[in-house]
Design a protein around this ligand. Structure first.
Ligand code: SF4
Ligand code: SF4
Length: 482
């Protein structure tokens, strides 16, 4: 290990008290990795031995703490740090050391695999089979299967190929990492005289952190901090949010499709199915009518016809308007469709990840906090009373969260305006290109406005939305005013 007395910039997290320790102290990092791994294993084990819905530990460990809280909060703050403590990568690094270290076949080196696994394997199932995620046995099977797949791939192939190409979470994290206000890189002056490249030797992903600055990309970096342990010239800096997106870098097609598909599958479908679906005129919308029509001919059994059609319409409409918008923008910019699509498509990044914070904070306060804590009390058989929710759905401060999705849309527009600078075209042409290329941002914004209008004009559905009702019917008292 090289021991340099590194003089750190003031925005380098490694030089900031407490934060520096949190991100650079290997013992602390290893401890957090071990705790996460132990929780993961226990959560899966509990899912198998207590497969019914009473087992709230498994449900809320995975769908309250790991997904949503850890992933969304960490991505928008420090970046892809969930990967740094991920149980799969934690063990994977040891497996890959004694594995076969083969080069992954070309057909598997495709980032769309992870993306499509997430899109069809999780989100399509989520809407089609409501309540699937609440069954601990299903969660246990899902994560046990992913674990076996991950370990086999770590064993067969080199450079943590599972994380790079197959992991559904990793694909999403890699794309959204660009929005975060942190950047891992190295001090150029130290690297220019380096002959050992300890950072690369230490990196299980075979990355070169000393090239990140020049490429304006952290590539597949999972912020595991192994390189910063090997060489003191590695820096982890606080940068303006979305700094990467404001400048040039080599685009990745899967990144842009991740933004489109995830915005469509989460933000748009949730807005349609769980937002407009809770209004008094929910039955009047096309997805509800199509569901009623289709049910005359097809027996959907336990599947949710309205969920399937809300998802299908949302995804199709999102894809159509993006493709059409980018095609028109490319004509205005007088350049290729591909360049337009993959340069400007990065403007969609904030929609889900920033806009989703509103839902995340409100869910955490009104039920997830109590769900997670009470799940732990259940899981570890603690002799203590259950905790109550932090807030009620009627609390007025929750109203302020509604501004967040508008900020996300504004953020998207700003990124788009900045990225348009990469094209040589007249200002008038760029204005028209902006209008068309921002189609998904505008759809997202319109949905927020329209939902507000419908609630105000027609009010909420009397009986309540089925998804909503069921997600609030566990054994704990979750709303102080109920
Ligand atoms: S890419 Fe997937 S498996 Fe790899 S560290 Fe991230 S979440 Fe874990
Ligand atoms: S570049 Fe550094 S922090 Fe990133 S994955 Fe490699 S060793 Fe880990």
């Amino acid at each position: 290990m090289i021991k340099l007395k590194q003089k750190r910039d003031k925005n380098d997290i490694y030089g900031i008290p407490i934060l520096g320790t949190l991100f650079k102290n290997q013992k602390l990092i290893k401890t957090v990795q071990l705790i996460t791994f132990a929780l993961f294993v226990y959560g899966v084990y509990m899912g198998f031995v207590e497969p019914t819905k009473e087992n709230t530990f498994t449900r809320y460990l995975f769908w309250g703490l790991f997904w949503s809280l850890f992933i969304v909060v960490s991505l928008t703050s420090f970046g892809r740090i969930f990967c740094a403590i991920c149980p799969h990568a934690f063990i994977g690094k040891y497996i890959t050391k004694f594995g076969l270290k083969k080069d992954m076949p070309k057909f598997l080196k495709n980032r769309f695999i992870g993306l499509l696994l997430l899109f069809f394997g999780w989100w399509a199932v989520y809407y089609a089979v409501p309540g699937f995620w609440k069954v601990p046995l299903a969660t246990a099977w899902l994560f046990a299967s992913l674990t076996i797949l991950a370990f086999v791939i770590y064993y067969l192939y080199k450079d943590m190929s599972y994380c790079k190409y197959i992991c559904p979470i990793g694909t999403m994290m890699k794309s959204y990492n660009k929005i975060s206000p942190t950047f891992l890189h190295t001090y150029k002056e130290d690297c220019s005289s380096c002959r050992t490249f300890e950072c690369t030797t230490a990196c299980s992903y075979n990355l070169k952190p000393f090239t990140f600055n020049k490429k304006n990309s952290m590539e597949d970096c999972t912020l595991c901090m192994d390189c910063s342990d090997a060489c003191d010239a590695v820096a982890f800096s606080i940068v303006p949010p979305s700094k990467t997106l404001m400048e040039k870098f080599k685009f990745q097609k899967a990144d842009v499709w991740a933004f489109i598909l995830i915005t469509a599958a989460i933000s748009i479908t949730m807005g349609v199915h769980h937002g407009l679906g809770r209004t008094a005129i929910a039955d009047e919308f096309i997805w509800s009518k199509t569901a009623v029509f289709a049910q005359q001919y097809v027996n959907f059994g336990t599947l949710s016809a309205s969920g399937i059609f809300a998802f299908t319409y949302s995804v199709l409409i999102s894809i159509i308007i993006v493709v059409f918008g980018m095609y028109c923008a490319s004509k205005f910019l007088n350049t290729t469709y591909e360049k337009t699509f993959y340069t400007l498509g990065y403007a969609f990044a904030p929609l889900f990840i920033i806009g989703g914070l509103a839902h995340l904070i409100s869910s955490f306060a009104t039920h997830h906090y109590a769900d997670i804590v009470n799940g732990f009390i259940y899981g570890f058989g603690l002799d203590t009373a259950n905790v109550d929710n932090l807030a009620s759905r009627r609390d007025s401060w929750l109203m302020y969260l509604k501004v967040i999705p508008y900020l996300a849309a504004l953020w998207g527009y700003v990124i788009l305006a900045k990225r348009l600078k990469q094209f040589n075209s007249s200002i008038i042409r760029k204005i028209f290109a902006f209008i068309f290329a921002s189609s998904l941002v505008s759809l997202y914004l319109s949905l927020q406005l329209y939902t507000g209008y419908v609630f105000k004009t027609y009010g909420a559905k009397k009986s309540g939305h089925s998804h909503h009702k069921s997600s609030h019917s566990n054994k704990y008292s979750r709303d102080k005013k109920q």
